[in-house]
Design a protein around this ligand. Structure first.
Ligand SMILES: Nc1ncnc2c1ncn2[C@@H]1O[C@H](COP(=O)(O)OP(=O)(O)OP(=O)(O)O)[C@@H](O)[C@H]1O
Ligand SMILES: [Mg+2]
Length: 97
């Protein structure tokens, strides 16, 4: 069965004057319909940037998704147009800040 959300080898980096921060480094997980997934880890380990990457809301610059794939209901979130992505954000994927 296809996962609802399929994240493979996701890497998101921040290119700062002080150097490259590998905020998300090769992260892979799947989420099925009806499932709940919690990401747990110490402060700064990349939980928020993982979520922001899926929403395509990483501030660019300095941040950029540099590798991996993110599929939602079989659609490649990395290559959707901005209007398509806005539609998904409004209807299918939400974020409580
Ligand atoms: N806009 C940014 N510019 C530079 N570095 C950033 C930026 N946003 C996040 N980072 C860095 O990315 C890394 C991951 O941060 P993130 O906010 O994802 O951590 P977190 O796991 O959500 O932490 P917390 O539990 O404190 O919320 C950290 O090293 C952070 O300093
Ligand atoms: Mg956070």
């Amino acid at each position: 069965m296809t996962a609802l959300l399929d994240v493979k080898n996701l890497s998101t980096h921040f290119f700062t004057p002080a150097g490259v921060i590998k905020a998300v480094d090769d992260v892979t997980f799947q989420l099925g319909e009806g499932e709940t997934l919690g990401l747990v880890g110490e402060s700064g380990c990349g939980k928020s940037v993982t979520a922001l990457s899926i929403m395509r809301l990483v501030p660019d610059p300095p941040g950029r998704i540099v590798g991996g794939s993110m599929e939602f209901m079989g659609r490649d979130l990395r290559t959707l147009t901005d209007p398509e992505m806005r539609d998904i954000r409004g209807r299918s994927i939400g974020m409580i800040f």
